[in-house]
Design a protein around this ligand. Structure first.
Ligand code: FES
Length: 146
């Protein structure tokens, strides 16, 4: 049911923890399953030089957070906003359909952290247009089908 990569990132997640004096922190939750994901970013210039996460959630949420952090480490904040839940799931060699919403949480956690960064630094990113870090992220699946 789960790919080897999912199992590997679940049992040995990368970038777990928190960053003291992080430049940005994002947190999202899924009201239905109750899982929570928190991401910390250290940003220099506009590059994400360090990233850590804490996920209180299912194995897929942990695996997707781990993979998402690996995918945006060293990238610019703008590039991080391009990360889709589909790309994260693909990088993990797929997720069971019923677990796709867990990858949405990872995408939203990254966006939420960049949102925090934008707020603190008075920056505008069109990718964050309409993004609400406090909304329930369970209903977003359809927006990510493309
Ligand atoms: Fe809640 Fe996976 S079941 S994020």
């Amino acid at each position: 049911m789960y790919s080897e990569k999912v199992m590997e990132h679940f049992t040995n997640p990368r970038n777990v923890g928190e960053i003291e004096n992080a430049d940005a922190v994002g947190q999202v939750g899924n009201a239905k399953c109750g899982d929570i994901m928190k991401m910390y970013l250290k940003i220099e210039g506009d590059t994400i030089i360090d990233i850590k996460f804490k996920t209180f959630g299912c194995g897929s949420a942990i695996a997707t957070s781990s993979m998402a952090t690996e995918m945006i480490k060293g990238k610019t904040v703008k590039e991080a906003l391009q990360l889709t839940n589909r790309a994260v799931a693909e990088a993990l060699d797929g997720l069971p359909a019923v677990k796709m919403h867990c990858s949405v949480l990872a995408e939203q956690a990254v966006k939420s952290a960049v949102y925090d960064y934008a707020q603190k630094n008075d920056l505008y990113f069109e990718e964050l247009e309409g993004f609400d870090p406090d909304e329930d992220h369970d209903h977003h699946d359809d927006h990510h089908e493309e």
